[in-house]
Design a protein around this ligand. Structure first.
Ligand SMILES: [Zn+2]
Ligand SMILES: [Zn+2]
Length: 182
């Protein structure tokens, strides 16, 4: 399991059965050794006649029943953040669509301003998806530019600010980390 708190880069699939954690019927369970697998995989390990072992490291599991194991709460929070980020924009409260001089907006609005979470599709084909604060890009967001470069990170007053990841478009496609202090 990746432990990064950047919810964009995590795998939210069980690494054994590759089902996606949905926090409804598939959720992450932490086992004795510290590894995390889904409740379905853990159930099937517990109900098997073989020696009950962690599928990653073969550590022998102590308990017999699913309810004797704990949910991985840290990972659960990360998954929840990820699911929130990836849920359809239309399902957010105060979702609206609005046309601006520079493009079209799909997302949350307040007092007729872009505010909350939303997507801006600019007419030059660049896009921004992320947090807004009264028409400014502010919080966390990802911008894809026309040359296919992208910035994914923190924004303030409509500009990248704080910590983010910038990837060059076209040629190399290599990633680099940048720290911006403005
Ligand atoms: Zn599984
Ligand atoms: Zn293990």
């Amino acid at each position: 399991m990746e432990t990064t708190i950047n919810a964009n880069n995590i795998s939210i699939d069980c690494q054994i059965c590759f089902e996606t954690y949905n926090l409804k019927d598939i959720y992450p369970m932490v086992i004795d050794c510290g590894h995390t697998i889904c409740n379905i995989c853990l159930s099937s390990i517990l109900s098997s006649n073989n020696l009950r072992k962690c599928p990653f490291c073969n550590y022998v599991l102590r308990f017999d029943f699913l309810n004797q194991y704990s949910v991985n709460y840290v990972f659960k929070d990360i998954i929840r953040t990820y699911l929130e980020k990836n849920r359809p924009l239309e399902s957010y409260p105060n979702y609206k669509e609005k046309v601006y001089d520079e493009g079209k907006y799909f997302g949350q609005m307040k007092d007729n301003a872009r505010n909350g979470y939303g997507l801006m599709k600019y007419y030059d084909n660049s896009t921004y998806l992320g947090n807004w604060h009264y028409n400014n890009r502010e919080g966390n967001g990802k911008c894809l530019y026309i040359d296919k470069s992208e910035y994914d990170g923190e924004w303030k007053s409509d500009l990248p600010h704080g910590f983010g990841k910038f990837r060059y478009g076209n040629s190399s496609g290599k990633k680099c980390l940048i720290l911006l202090i403005l």
